[in-house]
Design a protein around this ligand. Sequence first.
Ligand code: UGA
Length: 434
Amino acid sequence: MNITIVGTGYVGLVTGTTLAELGNDVFCVDIDEKKVEGMRNGIVPIYEPNLEEMFLRNIQAQRLFFTTDLKEALDKSEVIYLALPTPPGEDGSADLSYVLKVASDIGEMMTEYKVVVNKSTVPVGTADKVRETISAKTQIPFDVVSNPEFLREGFAVEDSMNPARVVVGCSSEKARDIMSKIYQPFTNTGVPIIFMDEKSSELTKYAANSFLAVKITFMNEIANYCEKVGADVDKVRLGMGSDDRIGHRFLFPGIGYGGSCFPKDVKALIKSGKQEGFDFQILEATENVNQNQKVILVSEIEKYFGGNLNGKKIAIWGLAFKANTDDIREASSLDNIKILLEKGAEITAYDSIAEENVRRVLGDKISFAKDMYSALEGADALFIATEWSEFKNPNFELMAKKMSNKAIFDGRNMFSMEQVEGTGFYYKSIGRKT
Ligand code: UGA
């Protein structure tokens, strides 16, 4: 099948590459000429494990193409995926202007039947808006389908090639048949495809992300309470997660959730609720708790240094909002750096993958180290903000030699208590004994 993907951001690029890998001819459209030129020359514009290999393979097989010309791509494809940004507006609601602009262009340019598939995370009712926008421009028949994406950054290729399920919101037989055909390689291997109406599909995406955000946040509160009563969150987590109604995943406490999805989607669902006169109380609480959780270790660092951080040298390991990505959107590291700098601390950070993105935001407000140990040179404390695997089993002796004071504030519970015991380090993590 010939498929067009409009928008080559995270979701668009991974979806396009996956659909090419499944044997389709895929035309990726983006307005950014430089990016399109780069992709034509085999440059993957994002960091994502295993993506480059699949991307290059499909370019070479002539199944994956890039263009800035929407009309050209449209003429070649019956199915058009929209993978456009829906950034939060000032009031937290999703800004649909990119989606609706392209919908309007499609309405103007199309010359025969099309299925327009919404991959972006969009508020309930967006499929109707896209339908109205296209209808205003053309008499030619078309269908609008909602097909939310559930991939995680860092595991995007794995998740998109092995989805737990495919959700399709669709009210036309014809579009349903086309979507079934696209996802047949998955359904053939037992992946369920769940058809529903467009609104339920749109809400499924927000409900899934918000639920996971609540799950993490609940565990963060339990962790904070563990510290109050002297319990160990690792044990509680195991005990709880072993009940398969709860499950072990997304129960890891830390310095809050970040990234481009959970914070935005929780806010957008709260906002959509308000527009209907509905209060998502649990989500409002989640947002507040998460905001505090992100910087919960700052007060611990301050307490440790007797209330004065002026001139203290803090090393930071990890800047990305989570491991295996260069993405720093809503990263907890940034919230912490901001406060630490305000309090007069000097910061040297190490994150070889996310460094460049942080440089763009913070310039020379902090220093960057070329490896994890040189970040520790003369440091009064180490703060761990991202759970990169290279931090899992460090050489504590070498760390002690480099640092001028032996203190670790671990926002990701990287080490077991046994690992740290006997090293002489002061070790503060989340929800466990100090
Ligand atoms: C999330 C969802 O997991 C995907 O299913 C969804 O498709 C995606 O949003 C999206 O809407 O596009 P992502 O934001 O890439 O994916 O990252 P996650 O792995 O879900 O992590 C989100 C945040 O939660 C990170 O800051 C992470 O550190 C934190 N987290 C995660 C915890 O603090 N504890 C956990 O146990 C798990």
